[in-house]
Design a protein around this ligand. Structure first.
Ligand code: SF4
Ligand code: SF4
Length: 86
């Protein structure tokens, strides 16, 4: 039996579940480098998550930031990558 898997992510209220702590961000750019969804953009001397609707909640930015400047919270009503089988 052939099973097709569709990968999707929570499309609801994205809120601001990924934020930057401006007082800690050094502008190193590692978050943007590791984000596969191009969420992080440079804003002067720091980086900010701008396009959260594209975020797949992988946590890479949060893991890669050596300066503890990424604040990662689960979005309202949804958590993590959603897998659908059909
Ligand atoms: S990895 Fe951390 S310190 Fe570096 S730009 Fe991103 S948020 Fe700022
Ligand atoms: S959680 Fe993943 S997809 Fe979302 S902003 Fe961070 S690195 Fe990008």
């Amino acid at each position: 039996m052939k099973v097709e898997m569709k990968v999707d992510y929570y499309p609801g209220d994205p809120g601001e579940f990924v934020r930057v702590d401006e007082s800690k961000c050094t502008g190193c750019g590692e978050c943007a480098k590791f984000c596969t969804r191009n969420v992080w953009v440079q804003d002067g001397k720091i980086f900010r998550p701008k396009n959260l609707k594209a975020c797949v909640e992988c946590g890479a930015c949060w893991n890669v930031c050596e300066f503890d400047a990424v604040i990662f919270e689960e979005p309202k009503g949804g958590t993590g990558v959603r897998f659908e089988y059909g």
